[in-house]
Design a protein around this ligand. Structure first.
Ligand code: SF4
Length: 568
């Protein structure tokens, strides 16, 4: 073992508060891996939640592992397999290696971690002595198929809903059954479990899926996405605090899950249904725990602004000894004067708003449910309470988008800047609008799952158009993502099992996608740029995401026809 790597683990642990180090003994040992570096993984509340859930089981033990920092990879290759953080054990020594999967662009890192751990990449090549490789998280819940060749098992849905029964079963049976027997038992008995190799997928000559069959009649044909009914039954909050994360200065706690809005592009609005809010009592006790560790409480969730008690909750934090609140993006139609006043009281100077589209027509098509008047009124309210910086989120490449919609983004941003300057006359001076322009990527389980990704060249041109039109606006700074990586994300979001061949090739080519595309006889445009028929079998159709397919189809058609409904 490299002492340099061991010392690095010990240094990281010395900077953490709240990690658990259990005695191995007879415990079922699970290494929870995040397919990115420590700083990114530890900023993920889902990752920390699963860590606490597993360690909360009396017979299970959980340690963590991450993609090594670039400077450490050579040491791993030369002298040491990848080690767990807590006890610096090789990942291959654990009973299970579980990956928390939030972002598709991290998928190549999974293969890198398996390689550095000395674990065979393909499920078919693993033997009885190898850990079971398990995946969970929102990306796996949306569509696990591109990863099917590399994972022995997926757990689909909320970890709190699917893990307890799985852990009980694993603790009782994993060491008594062979690998195959255990996986078959789990597939039959645990709702939300999915073992890809127990399902045969037949493909037509044109690449479309012809049929999908379980190999055993006792296996469920459809995999149910599990969801936690009562959020108050468990806290979902930061369990490890460390300065080494994106939000190192705050304590994160989850306020809500799901969203009642149903914006047609948004996975959280469809796949995480129904909306659930934590009660004031449960949150107040989480705040008390958090304020012992940090002064700022970060409220997370997809519908934070919709929490019916958001204002009293923020007040409770502020009144408890000078705590402050951080919230992500706020819904503009929920931004009241009292809410803005609270933000000011807590020292907030920058607020994020997400109009998503510039024209009313396109906001209606994506069912954003926000009018231009509501946008301006929210801006004026924020300025009235001395917010001096705004971050605005827009998407390009949305279904039905035209050049006119891009012009509308420029007009709206200029209009917001004008209102902000006008409203701030005689007050704290308005400083800046940061415009964040991201490409729309169709996601499984949403009404736009059949829609193709907009051509990368078109998106580049539209981003350039926005940046050019706003160049003269001194208070506006434009940032945007990189269209090339959006293409890869769409491929990994919308792909089927064949896309696994590309993942393997890109891993062997050191991350070079262009070479992987040349090497493998798979057309990535088939998944990314092809408009899908609503009647075809999509790779993820076997997952019951909890939304009726006919409803998704009708929402998609309404979007394309410009129809907008207030109900539902
Ligand atoms: S309001 Fe936000 S979280 Fe809710 S559906 Fe719309 S985009 Fe998604």
């Amino acid at each position: 073992m490299s002492w340099k790597l061991k010392k690095k683990c010990l240094d990281i642990l010395a900077g953490e508060e709240g990690y658990v180090r259990k005695v191995w003994g007879d415990a079922l040992t699970i290494c929870l891996a995040y397919p990115n570096v420590y700083r990114t993984g530890m900023s993920n509340l889902g990752f920390q939640t699963v860590y606490a859930l597993i360690n909360g089981h009396p017979v299970c033990l959980c340690e963590r592992a991450f993609l090594p920092d670039p400077g450490d990879e050579a040491d791993h290759e030369a002298s040491s397999p990848l080690l767990s953080l807590e006890s610096q054990k090789p990942l291959g020594d654990f009973d299970m290696l579980a990956f928390s999967l939030s972002f598709e662009n991290d998928y190549p890192h999974i293969l890198r971690i398996l390689e550095l751990a000395g674990i065979p990449l393909a499920t078919a090549a693993r033997g009885e002595q190898d850990p079971l490789v398990i995946g969970g998280g929102i990306a796996a819940t949306l569509n696990p198929e591109p990863l099917a060749d590399f994972f022995d098992l997926f757990l689909i849905g909320d970890g709190e809903a699917v893990l307890p029964r799985f852990l009980d079963t694993a603790a009782a049976l994993r060491r008594r059954l062979t690998r195959e027997e255990f996986l078959a038992h789990v597939q039959k008995e645990i709702p939300g479990a999915y073992v890809p190799r127990f399902y045969r997928v037949a493909t037509q000559e044109d690449g479309l899926i012809a049929a999908r069959e379980p190999l055993d009649a006792a296996f469920p044909r459809r995999i149910e996405r599990r969801w936690a009914v009562d959020l108050d039954a468990f806290p979902t909050e930061q369990v490890i605090t460390t300065a080494g994360t994106e939000f190192g200065n705050m304590f994160l706690t989850e306020v809500s899950r799901g969203c009642p809005r149903g914006c047609r592009f948004c996975a959280a609005g469809f796949v995480c249904r129904p909306v659930r809010f934590r009660s004031v009592a449960a949150l107040e006790s989480s705040f008390r725990r958090g304020l012992e560790k940090r002064k700022t409480i970060g409220l997370l969730g997809t519908a934070v602004s919709d929490h019916p008690d958001l204002i009293p909750l923020c007040r409770a934090i502020i009144d408890s000894g000078g705590g402050s609140v951080a919230v992500g993006s706020l819904r503009m139609d929920r931004l009241s004067g009292p809410m803005a006043a609270l933000l000011k009281e807590t020292g907030v100077e920058t607020v994020s708003l997400a109009p998503e589209a510039g024209s009313q027509r396109l906001r209606d098509a994506i069912r954003k449910g926000i009018s231009e008047e509501q946008i301006f009124s929210a801006v004026e309210k924020l300025i009235e309470y001395d917010m001096v910086c705004l971050r605005l989120y827009f998407m390009v490449g949305l279904p039905t988008e035209t050049d006119e919609d891009i012009e509308a983004i420029c007009r709206l941003v200029k209009g917001i800047g004008h209102r902000a300057r006008r409203s701030s006359a005689g007050r704290k001076g308005f400083r800046r609008i940061t415009l964040s322009v991201n490409q729309f990527i169709p996601k499984p389980g949403t009404p736009f799952q059949w829609h193709p990704l907009e051509d990368t060249a078109v998106v580049r041109r539209r981003i350039r158009r926005i940046a050019g039109a706003l160049r003269a606006e001194k208070a506006v700074r434009v940032t945007h993502d990189i269209p090339k990586w959006n293409y890869i994300q769409a491929l990994l979001s919308l792909g089927d099992r064949t896309v696994g061949k590309l993942l393997l090739a890109v891993h062997r080519r050191g991350g070079n996608w262009a070479q992987a595309f040349k090497e493998v006889n798979v057309n990535p445009d088939f998944y990314v740029y092809r408009p899908k028929e609503t009647g075809e079998i999509l790779p993820w159709d076997f997952i019951d995401h909890g939304t009726d397919k006919q409803f998704l189809i009708s929402e998609y058609r309404k979007a394309l026809s410009g129809e907008y409904r207030e109900d539902n």
